[in-house]
Design a protein around this ligand. Sequence first.
Ligand SMILES: Nc1ncnc2c1ncn2[C@@H]1O[C@H](COP(=O)(O)OP(=O)(O)OP(=O)(O)O)[C@@H](O)[C@H]1O
Length: 333
Amino acid sequence: MSTAEQPPTGTGSGEHAISVRDLRQNYGDFEAVRGISFDVGRGELFALLGTNGAGKTTTVETLEGFRRPSAGSVRVLGADPYGQPPELRDRVDAVLQHSGLFPELTTAETVDLSRDLAADPMDRDAVLELTGLTDKAGVQVRQLSGGQKRRLDLGLAVLSRPEALFLDEPTTGMDPEARRATWDTIAGLVREGMAILLTTHYLEEAERLADRLAIMHRGETRAEGTVRDVVVRWGDRIAFRMPAGVRFEDLPALPGATAAAELRGGEAWVCYTVRGDDADRRAHRAMEPLLEWARSSGTALDRLELRSASLEDVFLSVAEGAAEVVSGGPGSD
Ligand SMILES: Nc1ncnc2c1ncn2[C@@H]1O[C@H](COP(=O)(O)OP(=O)(O)OP(=O)(O)O)[C@@H](O)[C@H]1O
């Protein structure tokens, strides 16, 4: 295992709470992470999304100090996290997928145990309130539901008021109400200035919480930015059922749009993807000539739909390898 090149350490080494530069991680000959970079500022939540096996856990484990980079560098609060050095121990925490709660202890005893180990912990009551577990204070951990245990995990991670927090699928197993309550809790932590790196398979969770996000696939970052940036880059979609008697090449060229023919439930459809910097107006500009063409040619646009992208659209397109546009669109000879 090679030692990565590292920038200078110390509290003054950059304003980002979490920093990843050209990170590579190999397992033997297999490249699990292939040169990714991103930063997370204080008071910012960055979501790491990706397909199964994309390299998210490997990246987070590297930031948590369990793995040394094969190449590139990572920094947490200006320090190399490898081996979890003492200067980071009280300032960084994590909610991992598998918690290490003691089933015989009560919820309150569990909180007290963690408080005993923290330098300047939150009050027990505050932790219980934050996690919505006040009425479960005297209940043994073994009797808590899966979602309640996840909330307790979160409470234990934040009671020492860490500056940087890693959340690995923190709402798995929660019902929708508990998930929303947890989102509120997490949003509150970010507002207080915590830097949070979140991995999740719930796209709505990322849409609600992330200031910025990255979507990983096969060890690489395939999309990155704010939710809006990522979605705007993907484009808007105008679609309708292919009109009878109209050939694909007879369809009008629309400004800023590329067209593709696709099958939906055995029917041929036309789908225009509209891109361009003018995200607010581009679909409108593309729609006008389409409607004009339909009017002048006497063509009905059956089941016409216009839709802005969602994060799910982008994710699925990344997962499918981002192949999308059929070449040789309408209007071209
Ligand atoms: N200890 C290991 N030895 C060999 N290969 C590994 C090891 N850990 C992970 N991998 C491989 O590295 C790749 C990335 O795995 P990782 O767990 O980081 O992905 P992930 O994005 O967290 O996936 P998921 O969403 O499924 O949890 C996968 O192909 C996985 O099989």
